[in-house]
Design a protein around this ligand. Sequence first.
Ligand SMILES: Cc1cc2nc3c(=O)[nH]c(=O)nc-3n(C[C@H](O)[C@H](O)[C@H](O)COP(=O)(O)OP(=O)(O)OC[C@H]3O[C@@H](n4cnc5c(N)ncnc54)[C@H](O)[C@@H]3O)c2cc1C
Length: 260
Amino acid sequence: MSRPAKPETTLVVTATERLSPTMIRVSFRSEDLSAFSASVFTDRYVKLAFDEADGPVLRTYTALNPSVEDGTVDIDFVVHGTEGYAGPWAAAAKPGDTLTARGPGGAYSPDPAADWHLIAGDETALPAIRAALAGLPPTACGYAVIDIPAPDHEQPLEHPEGIEVTWLVTGDHTHHAAEDAEGHEQPLVTAIRGLKWLDGRVHAFVHGEAAVTMHGIRPYLLKERGVPKADLSISGYWRRGRTEETFREWKRDLAEAESA
Ligand SMILES: Cc1cc2nc3c(=O)[nH]c(=O)nc-3n(C[C@H](O)[C@H](O)[C@H](O)COP(=O)(O)OP(=O)(O)OC[C@H]3O[C@@H](n4cnc5c(N)ncnc54)[C@H](O)[C@@H]3O)c2cc1C
């Protein structure tokens, strides 16, 4: 069954700002962000199209602070080296540059009726974590854990007083050992396992490098802690050593293995 095409809009860069050694905020203006008017999810994302000779290459990014009225939206890009399309594009972006965006999609916003919240991920998930924390009621409690390569990657982050925020310094992501599920150290997994489990119903949002989230954290939450699937938003946002295209194959294989 074919899905309806997502609305497309042209985004024009208005400003860039370095948020940390590896993150750049690119602010955009658009003639028409009306596709966002019905968007209620804090993890709302767009597919950015990078034109190549044999067609557009799509990359997925969280759309922050969309204002339909002003036609403005921000995207915080992790700049992860010279490989790929989106990271290098963001590193060189300047006012007047344009991109096509499709969307938004999205699936999660924090449930105000939950007893507590567990919100975690690496820098690719930080924009969605930022939006989730901003979407919580002031009385919300729980944890936010953000995996960063070095202490100077910490960023100002507003959050309810009852949310304990941990910036987990795990070393250079191109070297540290969160490679797979089998025996390698996965600092974010260890950190989440070490949190004092609170009483009542948790609503969880955990995204980032796919082996860490899907092999490391998901079994802990679903099997060991018995979190119902409906209360858990978890996925890989990227996969070490794979481009977004080959990562899609990894996701397909995982889904097939699980349904076998
Ligand atoms: C719903 C969703 C929302 C996302 N939101 C954001 C966001 O707001 N900001 C953001 O920065 N990313 C976000 N991502 C992740 C982003 O889509 C990927 O990092 C993507 O692969 C980057 O594309 P690229 O063209 O730069 O690199 P690709 O061409 O996909 O990959 C080239 C190489 O770079 C490696 N690589 C890719 N990403 C990283 C990384 N972060 N760190 C180290 N190495 C990497 C790949 O493994 C590969 O070896 C999101 C992903 C999803 C699914």
